[in-house]
Design a protein around this ligand. Structure first.
Ligand SMILES: Cc1cc2nc3c(=O)[nH]c(=O)nc-3n(C[C@H](O)[C@H](O)[C@H](O)COP(=O)(O)OP(=O)(O)OC[C@H]3O[C@@H](n4cnc5c(N)ncnc54)[C@H](O)[C@@H]3O)c2cc1C
Length: 232
């Protein structure tokens, strides 16, 4: 798996007033002021003040305040194995390239996992095998088998693309689980790229878009990478 070629990700949509919206949601819960007045107030222009309140509210588990923020990513060049892991996250929305409606015309694109990519002999065999699968897929479709049935021979390695959207609460949860070294490398790279795209514009989120051990302060996995002390 070549890190540069792998998982192309672009943030295609996010709200303009992200920090101010979260701040308004947080303060609305504890203030006699109306949300409109809070949004228009001087304090909603004071970044330090907003960040302090948001940190306190999030660390106390008051997560509805971060559900108001929805972001969308355009994602391509990930394997079907990886997309299957991503779609397990139930608060995300997906629009994925269909293998029913999009017929492969030649060799389908595929992702080679790093462990195979770094072994010349196995990589060659892997590539050859993908070629054989492609030949059979093309034979099926040329025989009039619809793409939706011919796709049954396509492997987990097949490359896919999608638009994925989620709110900030789910993104933090996704990062906590999938930036952990226990997650497979491909989805780790994908989620890291999603987080990087967002933190380029919203740097304040860097403290939240971290593996779960950073939030917990310890590791709750059986097999720890050693980044944090294992919980006893
Ligand atoms: C390292 C790793 C290994 C994994 N291995 C396997 C595996 O071997 N087999 C396998 O099947 N899966 C596996 N998974 C997937 C895992 O079980 C979850 O399905 C996936 O990580 C989504 O997590 P989630 O349910 O917390 O998150 P989401 O679906 O994103 O939901 C977020 C949160 O919402 C709440 N929630 C959502 N739906 C419900 C509900 N119906 N009821 C109650 N609360 C809900 C929960 O608090 C949940 O944490 C693995 C995941 C990881 C990170």
């Amino acid at each position: 798996m070549n890190d540069d070629k792998f998982a192309k990700v672009r943030l295609i949509s996010k709200p303009d007033n992200m920090l101010r919206t979260v701040y308004t949601a947080c303060r609305t819960c504890y203030s006699s002021e109306s949300p409109i007045n809070i949004f228009d107030s001087e304090s909603a222009l004071d970044k330090e003040k907003m960040l302090k309140l948001i940190k306190r509210v999030i660390s106390s588990g008051h997560y509805s305040t971060i559900e108001h923020i929805q972001v969308s990513f355009a994602i391509s060049n990930i394997s079907r194995a990886c997309s299957h892991q991503l779609v397990r996250h139930r608060h995300m929305s997906f629009s994925q390239k269909s293998q029913r409606y999009v017929k492969e015309k030649g060799q389908f694109e595929y992702i080679i996992p790093e462990s195979i990519d770094s072994n010349d002999e196995l990589k060659e065999k892997f590539t050859e095998f993908m070629g054989k699968i492609s030949d059979f897929y093309l034979e099926l479709t040329q025989e009039g088998i619809p793409a939706e049935d011919a796709r049954y021979v396509l492997p987990n390695a097949t490359a896919t693309s999608m638009v994925a959207s989620l709110n900030l609460r789910e993104l933090i949860h996704l990062a906590n689980l999938r930036l952990c070294t226990r997650a497979q490398k491909e989805i780790r790279i994908l989620v890291k790229r999603m987080c990087d795209e967002l933190t380029k514009e919203e740097e304040w989120l860097k403290d939240y878009l971290v593996p779960k051990c950073e939030r917990l302060g310890y590791c709750d996995e059986d097999k720890s990478c050693g980044r944090k002390t294992v919980r006893m």
